[in-house]
Ligand binder design. Sequence first.
Ligand SMILES: Nc1ncnc2c1ncn2[C@@H]1O[C@H](COP(=O)(O)OP(=O)(O)OP(=O)(O)O)[C@@H](O)[C@H]1O
Ligand SMILES: [Mg+2]
Length: 370
Amino acid sequence: MVAKAAKIKIKNGEAFDVVFYANPRKESAYRFRATHIGEHRAPKVILCDDGRIQPGKLTKVRVVSVKKPASRDRGFIEVEYLSQVRFALDDGIYVDRMLALKLQALLESGLNILLDGPQGCGKTVLSRKIAKALGLEYVFFNCSAVYEPTDFLASLQVKANDAGQAETVWIPTDILRALEAAHAEPNRRFLIFLDEFNRCREMARNGIMPALDSTRKMFNPLTGSSMMIPDNVLWIAAINNGAQFTGTTSVDPAQLDRFAPLKIGYMPDQEETRLLVRRNPSVPRAQIVKVVQAANAVRSDDELGVDLSMRATEEVCTLLGHPNFMSKEGQDPVPELLKSSFCGRFQGTWDDPTSDAGLVWQTIVRALGL
Ligand SMILES: Nc1ncnc2c1ncn2[C@@H]1O[C@H](COP(=O)(O)OP(=O)(O)OP(=O)(O)O)[C@@H](O)[C@H]1O
Ligand SMILES: [Mg+2]
C-alpha cells in the first residue's frame, strides 16, 4: 500500500496541491522542484521559481505550461504559485479547534504525536485524514501483533525453498518498506501510524524507541545493522489509556516522553448528531438525536465510569436505516436497538440491574425518560 506510481493527466490551467523541495539542478532557472502529486509520481517533474514557496510544505499551484521533451530530457511542467495550503481536515471528521491547532504545529515541527483517547473517539480516522490533508503516504501498523523488538521492521517466517526444504526468511513489514522508500526518494513523505501502541509487549516496544528520539535509528534485522530514520517520515501512535482496557501494557514515562501527547475525547453531541445525520440520510433526525443523547448520558455518568465508542451510535443508525427498523406507527425502535448496540457492549444483560449492562440501561432509561 506504500508505493503507488500512476499516470496523471496534466493540462494547462489545472490547479493541484504539491510539495516542493530545492531543485538539485543548480544550473536550472527554477529554484523549486516537485516529483510527486500526493501519493502519485508526477508524469514529468514540476518546476517553479516563486520565492513564496516553502520547501516541504504543501502548496497550491496552477499549470502554466507543459514543456515537451527536448532531445535528452523528459520535459517538465511549469507551474505558478497560488497559495500555501492551510492544514484543513475534511468536514467528514470533527476535531476540536484547539486540538487542530496543536496538531498542525506539531506536524509542521516534525514531532512524534501520541493520540490518547477512549475507544471509538476517532484516533485512527484522524490519523488517516491528517495524512490525506498533508499529502503524506499513510502506513498503518497494528502494534498488537508485535512480540519481539524486531517485529516492527520484519517478521521471521518459515517457507519451503525450491528444493522443498523448510527455510526461515525475514519478511519486511510495511514500516520497513516505507523507510526504505523514504530513503530512496526523499521527495516522498510518509506518516507511519502505530495503532494500539500499548497493546504490544513492553520489552518489544523498546525496539522502536531509538527511532522516535534524536537518535532516529532502528535495528534492521534484514541487514543486521542500524538504519537511519529519514526526516520525511512522521510518526503518530495511538493508545487507549485506562485501567478498564485489558490486554494493554503501560507505556513507561521514558517511552511517553518521546511523543507530544494529545488527549482526545468524544465529540460534542451536536457534532456527533450532525455527522450521523449526514451519514444516514434516511434516518429521521429525531431518532439520531435520541441515540446521541443516550450515548452521552452513558459516557458522562461518573458512577458508571465507562466509555461508549462512536461505533455504537453508528451501529444503531445503520440499523435504523434498515427496512426492518424503519419507524412504524406508534413504534419506536430506538430503545430496543440501544439494548443490543449499547448495553450489549458491556458485561451482563440489560435487564440485570446488578450488571454493567443493566446499569447502562438504567442510565439510558433516565436520559430518554422511557
Ligand atoms: N471525531 C470523529 N470524527 C468523525 N468520525 C468519528 C470521530 N470519532 C469517531 N468517529 C467514527 O467512529 C468510528 C471509530 O473511529 P476510530 O476507529 O477512529 O476510533 P479509535 O479512536 O481509533 O478507536 P479504537 O481505540 O477502538 O481503535 C469511525 O467509524 C469514525 O467514523
Ligand atoms: Mg483505532
